[in-house]
Design a protein around this ligand. Sequence first.
Ligand code: AMP
Length: 212
Amino acid sequence: MLIVFLGAPGAGKGTQARTLAEKKNLTHLATGDLLRAEVAAGSDLGLAAKTFMDRGDLVPDDVMIRMIQGRLDSPESAGILLDGFPRTVAQAQALDDALSAEGAGVDRSIYFEVSEEELVRRLAGRSTCPGCQRAYHDTFNPPKSAEECDGCGTKLIEREDDKPEAVRNRLKVYGTQTTPVLEYYKSAGILVEVDGEQSIVAVQTDLAAAVV
Ligand code: AMP
């Protein structure tokens, strides 16, 4: 099974992906998390990607496509949940090509619909664990102990790209480069829309119904 999560930054993809992957025994592949691990490790890829990420721009397609190829096998799980990929039509096409070479394809593409006003509110109050990448929100999803990750106890940080200028750019980039991907999956007949403005638990319920 291969599931793709689509939606603007702050739509709740990462939070929901973690829970769904656990529930359905899926391998959670979050390209943003993979890139941040490369940045933290100081690898050549990380150094090249950091400038794009800090500005809120997309990392070039060829880098991302190479990163995702070779990770599409899931021998120890029931399938793969892609979170943050594809973000351009070229990436979506490359994904289809890689999968069809193995006689497979994307089974479902889930779009988290959230208004821009709500996205800005969420990103403004967001903090992230640099250890396990869990995201929190001051009001909607606060950590149990102030400023520490519930999962691993690491001190939470504000991501560089959650600062206002980068957020504005990320939303613009999403509008121009990623929204055409919605049409790509819609015309393939595999797009499912979920109301991402509901509570975390209500979105979980809708997702469980969409991914059976
Ligand atoms: P995320 O954690 O998904 O919000 O991703 C953080 C940043 O990583 C994005 O703003 C991009 O700079 C980069 N990134 C993650 N996934 C992709 C992708 N599929 N294509 C291009 N850039 C990506």
